[in-house]
Design a protein around this ligand. Sequence first.
Ligand SMILES: NC(=O)C1=CN([C@@H]2O[C@H](COP(=O)(O)OP(=O)(O)OC[C@H]3O[C@@H](n4cnc5c(N)ncnc54)[C@H](OP(=O)(O)O)[C@@H]3O)[C@@H](O)[C@H]2O)C=CC1
Ligand SMILES: Nc1nc(=O)c2c([nH]1)NC[C@@H]1CN(c3ccc(C(=O)N[C@@H](CCC(=O)O)C(=O)O)cc3)C=[N+]21
Length: 298
Amino acid sequence: MSAELIDGKAVAAEIDARAAEAAAGLAKSLGRVPCLAVVLIGDDPASDVYVRNKGLRTQAAGMRSIEIRKPADTSEADVLEIVAGLNADDGVDGILVQMPLPDHIDANRVIGAIHPDKDVDGLTEASAGRLVLGKPGLRPCTPSGCVLLAERAMGDVSGKSVVVIGRSILVGKPTALLFLEKNATVTIAHSRTKDLPALVRTADIVVPAVGRPEMVRGDWVKPGACVLDVGINRIPAPERGEGKTRLVGDAAFDEIVKHAGWITPVPGGIGPMTIAMLLRNTVIAAALRHSVELPDGF
Ligand SMILES: NC(=O)C1=CN([C@@H]2O[C@H](COP(=O)(O)OP(=O)(O)OC[C@H]3O[C@@H](n4cnc5c(N)ncnc54)[C@H](OP(=O)(O)O)[C@@H]3O)[C@@H](O)[C@H]2O)C=CC1
Ligand SMILES: Nc1nc(=O)c2c([nH]1)NC[C@@H]1CN(c3ccc(C(=O)N[C@@H](CCC(=O)O)C(=O)O)cc3)C=[N+]21
C-alpha cells in the first residue's frame, strides 16, 4: 500500500486565507494592516528564496511586508540597532531575523534583542520559556506546522510515539515540546544517538530535521508510520541538465512512500506550512499587542 501524501501547500493556503481574513478584521480596529519585518544579513541564495516567498505570501494575505537586507559584513552592533528600530516602530507587529547569521554575529544576542511581543519566530527566551512551561505564547513556525499536519492526517496524536531527529533551537527541540504538549511520547535523536535506524523503526511519527539529503531510508520507517520531512536540501540534478539542482528532504521519499501511512513531500510539505504559521503568528502578535479579539478558534 502506498502512503498518503500530505499536501502542505494546500493546508498552508487554507491557513493563509484565514490569516488574510483576520488581518482584514484587524485592519478595521488598528487603522492599518498587520506588518511583518524580515531581516536578512548576507546573500545566501537559499535564504534569499525563503525571504522572497515570505514577502510575497505576506502581501498576498493583505499584510504589509518589510524586508531589510544587509551585506554579510554588517556589524553585530548594526544588526542590534536594526532590531531596536523595529521594536520601537509601532507599525511593526512581527520581527523575523533569518538564521543562520554570519559567524561574527552572536545569534543569541540578536534573538535576545527582539521584543518578545513581536517574536513571531518563537525563538526568544520568553517564548521558549512559555513553551516549556505550557503557557500560551508565540510558538515556533516549523514545529507548529508539523503538529498541525500530523493532526490533520492522523487525528489525535495522544499516546503516539514520536521520534524527532535533530535538536536545534529553531526546529528539533520545539517540535519535541509541541508533540509532548499534545500528549505524544517523544524521543529526541541527534548526532550522538546510537542505532538511529532501530529507534526510528519504533516511531508512529518521524520528524527528520537534520539537513542531510535522504538520510532516513525506507527500511527505517515502520509500515503505516507518518513522516514529516522538515529537511530542505538542494542537490545536483544532472538528469535535468548540466548544472541543474533539485530540492530533497531528509527522508528518502521514493523508498518510504511505498509502505508509510503518510509522508510530506519536499517541496510542498513542511516548507509552505512554516510560512503559513508565520503569517498566523504575525496576526496573533498584532492582536495581542493591541488587545484586539481574534475570530473564535483562530
Ligand atoms: N521546512 C522548513 O520550513 C524548514 C526547514 N529547515 C531545514 O531543516 C533542516 C534542519 O534545520 P536546523 O534544525 O536549523 O539544523 P541544525 O543544523 O541547527 O541542526 C541539525 C540537527 O541535526 C542533528 N544531526 C546532525 N547529523 C546527524 C546525524 N547523522 N544523525 C542524527 N542527527 C544528526 C544535529 O545533532 P547535534 O545537535 O548532535 O549536532 C542537530 O541537532 C535543514 O535541512 C534546514 O534547511 C529548517 C527550518 C525550517
Ligand atoms: N529565523 C528563522 N526562521 C525560520 O523559520 C527559518 C530561518 N530562520 N532560516 C531558514 C529556515 C528555512 N525556512 C524555510 C521556510 C520556507 C520554506 C519553503 O517555503 N519551502 C518551499 C520551497 C522553496 C523553494 O522552492 O526553494 C517548499 O518546501 O515547498 C523553506 C524553508 C525557514 N527558516
